[in-house]
Design a protein around this ligand. Structure first.
Ligand code: MTE
Ligand code: MO
Length: 246
């Protein structure tokens, strides 16, 4: 097949990501092959050491687009929201020596980092926002990952219309990246429910779907083979690449 045409058709298929209906790709062997080779390429050329560009305040977008599964409406989430998340506990467990739980007040009392970075969705839109929160690396290091630990899995409160939970994962190296943030504030206010309250991941070096909203639990694992569909994320289970570097 003409390579340019092949790439063009693969990319336009990729634009269907994030729409809950974009599942036709699942049966497309060529698409999976393309994702596999792109993953090898971006890992080899870009690596995970680079920093995403940071922008001045003047570049902040006036509207931060919302584009994900619907904001959770479960009784558990609605109760937490109604109580201003006073009942929220972020659980950090799995292959760690120190299982921990954090209240929102404890997370707010930790050293905070602020970044003005661009969020790039695989569907082709971008938005620039100012995020503040806790460096993910601080939380992961405090849990003391065991020797067999390799990945950090983010379990989320939301589910799709089939009842499948959203989740994502990073490897330990990506989790320690200086810009990997557990976002608590967006553009100077507490993160609102529609943008992932109370705690939302922001990884500006990777595509938007890695930045898990509505995090309920952080699980450190040796392998994600036995979690949900086994590919390390909700969209990854539907054929999207796991690394998703920008
Ligand atoms: N829990 C959860 N996190 C998610 C998603 C989702 O559906 N559920 N969608 C992802 C995608 S594809 C994108 S582009 C961003 C959108 O974040 P925003 O709605 O704050 O712009 O969230 C990501 N994180
Ligand atoms: Mo997205």
């Amino acid at each position: 097949m003409n390579r340019k045409l092949f790439l063009a058709s693969s990319i336009s298929s990729a634009l269907a990501a994030c729409s809950p209906i974009g599942t036709a790709l699942n049966n497309n062997a060529g698409f999976h092959h393309f994702l596999g080779s792109a993953q090898g390429l971006s890992e080899a050329v870009i690596g995970t050491h680079g920093l995403a560009r940071e922008y001045p305040e003047s570049a902040i977008s006036s509207v931060y687009r919302i584009d994900s599964l619907p904001t959770p409406t479960s009784a558990r989430y609605m109760d937490l929201l109604a109580g201003d998340f006073r009942g929220y506990r972020l659980v950090v467990d799995g292959a760690v020596d120190r299982t921990s739980t954090y209240t929102l007040a404890q997370l707010r009392a930790m050293p905070q980092q602020t970044q003005i970075t661009r969020h790039d969705c695989v569907e082709g839109w971008s938005v620039i926002g100012k995020w503040s929160g806790v460096h993910l690396g601080d939380i992961v290091a405090a849990a003391q990952p065991r020797e067999d630990a390799r990945y950090v899995v983010f379990h989320c409160f939301d589910r799709d219309d089939q009842g499948t939970q959203y989740y994502e994962s990073l490897d330990l190296h990506q989790a320690m990246h200086p810009q990997a943030l557990l976002g608590l504030r967006l553009n100077g206010a507490d993160v609102d429910a529609d943008h992932g309250a109370p705690v939302r991941l922001r990884v500006p070096t990777q595509l938007g779907y890695k930045s898990a909203k509505w995090i309920s639990r952080i699980e450190v694992v040796g392998s994600f083979a036995n979690i949900e569909g086994g590919h390390g994320g909700y969209w990854e289970d539907q054929g999207y690449e796991w690394y998703a570097g920008i």
